[in-house]
Design a binder for this molecule. Structure first.
Ligand code: ADP
Length: 398
């Protein structure tokens, strides 16, 4: 059985084609900088890599390019689309509409598009575009939605409830759902395996730091709290998202800027975060280059990001009553040493001994240890593999 997994993020689109008998990756790649200048697709297959530098104004064009790469005479691994048995799609927000992996039907698409976009305005439209583009190119092929929020379903009410009228929570289902659950689940399980312990024995804080970022407290293998909320706008500031902000400041800003409710939410999702603070870019590579060149607002954006992330690590250590392991993952977590150092420095009181030299080593795609031998808390970099979890859940459903 061959399963194609599509992971459409806000500015990126990753894919992997799995042979499920061996769980071997036959082909993989990713589109970067979708919707911004300099977009490209790096595709691997047949032991070779090809880079397609092509304008990708939207996700539909990105997916078409991916499918062409799978059929490519040189790096392609299939002869026709019929070789693919099903497609698993990562979906960020499910609300209370979907509790587990779900086969796509017209009704499911209707619910996805009509009910969940407002819960994940940056990601769910991208995911739905991905599903529709695949349905066009591979008519009749089973499509499965795998939701990020499933892993967060173990949060207790004291963690997922907001301090609003309880009747309103019941009536409108306004509560914390969290996101990136597939990634938090994968890296926390990998951390336990790597440390040679059972997940039940460990208190782990997983930091998924990418264009969208979330931090999760995993106690005994289960999520007990997470930084994202009703939508992926909450938590730390991100590429273009504000993160947590006083609701009164939102109303005040809307009034001052003459924005509607919808425009204000779009503003908070697309014009804020490190892009808004720096005035330079949402991309951490650009911010690091800016800070190095002496741009103070780039430095400020980086400082804010690390400071806010560090506060969640401390809060979750308190919530779990201890800390055994911190995991960094995703684009920034795996590739940006300055952020990891700024988060971990100062956490010695929790038993963290950070190895600055190990932190500077190049990302080779393996699990890396950033804590010293005498550190009570293991600090790890674990490349996330949301795609494998999605492929497994897709295959299981079929
Ligand atoms: P998302 O999937 O939410 O779009 P990613 O997990 O791909 O985001 O993370 C994107 C972020 O990771 C960007 O801010 C980018 O600057 C940062 N990053 C830093 N170094 C790298 C790298 N070598 N490869 C990819 N992303 C990187």
């Amino acid at each position: 059985m061959k399963i194609l997994v599509i992971n459409a993020g806000s500015s990126s689109l990753k894919y992997q084609l799995f042979d499920m008998e061996t769980e071997k990756v036959l082909a993989k790649g990713g589109c970067e900088r979708i919707g911004i200048s300099g977009s490209l697709l790096k595709a691997k297959g047949n032991g070779a890599e090809k880079v397609y530098e092509q304008d990708m104004p939207n996700h539909k064009i990105a997916i078409k390019l991916v499918l062409d790469a799978l059929l490519d005479g040189e790096i392609g691994v299939i002869k026709s689309m019929t070789e693919i048995d099903a497609v698993g799609h990562r979906v960020v927000a499910s609300g209370e509409y979907f509790k587990k992996a779900t086969l796509v039907t017209p009704d499911v698409m209707k619910t996805l598009e009509e009910k969940t976009f407002e819960l994940g305005p940056l990601h769910n439209p991208a995911a739905a575009t991905g599903v529709r583009a695949c349905m066009e190119v591979m008519p009749g092929k089973p499509m499965v939605l795998v939701f990020d929020s499933s892993f967060h379903s173990t949060m207790p009410p004291k963690a997922f409830l907001y301090g609003i009228d309880y009747d309103d929570y019941k009536k409108y289902s306004v509560r914390k759902y969290g996101a990136h659950g597939t990634s938090h689940k994968y890296v926390s399980q990998e951390a336990a395996k790597f440390l040679g312990k059972k997940a039940e024995e460990l208190k782990i804080v997983t930091c998924h730091l990418g264009n969208g970022s979330s931090i999760t407290a995993v106690d005994g293998g289960k999520c007990i709290d997470t930084s994202m909320g009703f939508t992926p706008l909450a938590g730390v500031l991100m590429g273009t998202r504000s993160g947590d902000i006083d609701a009164s400041a939102v109303e005040f800003l809307a009034r001052k800027k003459g924005m509607s409710h919808a425009d204000t939410v779009t503003y908070l999702n697309k014009k804020c975060g490190v892009a808004g603070v720096s005035g330079v870019s949402s991309d951490f590579r650009d911010l690091c280059a800016g800070a190095e060149a002496g741009n103070e607002r780039c430095s400020l954006a980086l400082d804010m990001f690390a400071y806010q992330t560090k506060k969640f690590v401390g809060a979750y250590a308190a919530a779990m009553g201890g800390l055994d392991c911190i995991v960094f993952t995703a684009g920034i977590g795996e590739n940006t040493p300055t952020v990891r150092a700024d988060v971990c420095h100062g956490l010695e009181f929790l038993g963290v001994r950070f190895d600055d030299k190990a932190n500077e080593a190049k990302n080779d795609g393996s699990i890396r240890v950033l804590s010293t031998k005498d550190s009570k808390v293991a600090v790890l970099v674990i490349p996330t593999n949301e795609e494998l979890v999605i492929a497994r859940e897709t295959a299981e459903l079929l």
